[in-house]
Design a protein around this ligand. Sequence first.
Ligand code: ATP
Ligand code: MG
Ligand code: MG
Length: 342
Amino acid sequence: IRTIGILGGGQLGRMLSVAASRLGLRCHIYEPDASPAADVAYALTNASYEDQTALRAFAESVDVITYEFENVPTSALDLLESIRPIRPNRRALAVSQDRLTEKTFLNEIGLRTAPFADVPTESDLAAAVAAIGPPSILKTRRMGYDGKGQVRITDAALLEWTGAASVLEGFVDFSAEISVIIARGADGQVAAFDPGLNLHEGGILRTTTVPCGQPARVTTDAVLMAAKIANALDYVGVMGVELFVTPQGLVVNEIAPRVHNSGHWTQAGCAVDQFEQHIRAVAGLPLGDGKRYAEVVMENLIGDDMDRVPDLLATPNVQVHLYGKGDARPGRKMGHVNRITG
Ligand code: ATP
Ligand code: MG
Ligand code: MG
């Protein structure tokens, strides 16, 4: 494999292409947005997912196709897959694109999720709230990220609609949120990074800390669950699994079929980071050693956090990553820092 096609030109695609170039591989990025973050790639196609000619030319220019973004339309994937393999596979993508399918799958393989109910239309909401009860969270089945498309329900008499087919989730009273970044190779070999502790603010990931401070029985269980998911999906690539720690055990929040924001610490904590691990897996190379050799706090730079960049650049033991996005809108992820704390 010489050239990797990446669907999506955000910061994840950018960091994947940097990792690929270190391994002597080329990347070709497909991105509808006119000014993507991933403009460091070898080639960039700026076209919509409806443009069949552009999709075909893109697929023919690469050896394998991966993605940094899970909401690629099915019609585009069908066309691409008729030309080149897509890794991770279509099932992994279908399961994680839709919160209802995702939770159903997780329960089927014996993993716990928040209690949930299907809420196809606004008129189904009252019955779902009666079954699941407040406090609960209504989430659109598709397209949500950074807490978008979610409504918190604290009072059954005050219901608000998301505007699209949704699931209602019971509120999980967790003591911590952790995530596992796991890689699975084409030969079925699995390698997990150490679980990280995640803090969110306003639905957006703020920091990830390793080590995560949980006992080994929790971190071991978390890794075993992530491996079970990867194996069940015959997964090839890196996957992020978000979990809630509760007194009754781990509850899976969601899975992401791609490199994950909570895995950015691996850039400063491991010889082979999550981006290289993903490229290795999809290119059919052996997985690297993901052992953690440092303590790291990853902090996202969101919106006007960018004002702190001059200071951060002058701070010892801090690795600064900037995504090259022009417009520092509130809530927009502009970069991150990895602070090596030990
Ligand atoms: P991401 O950017 O991680 O993809 P998202 O929009 O898919 O975010 P979720 O991960 O579903 O959103 O939720 C965001 C955050 O909201 C969670 O990390 C957690 O802090 C909180 N949250 C979500 N669902 C629940 C729940 N059922 N119980 C308690 N807290 C929850
Ligand atoms: Mg999500
Ligand atoms: Mg999440």
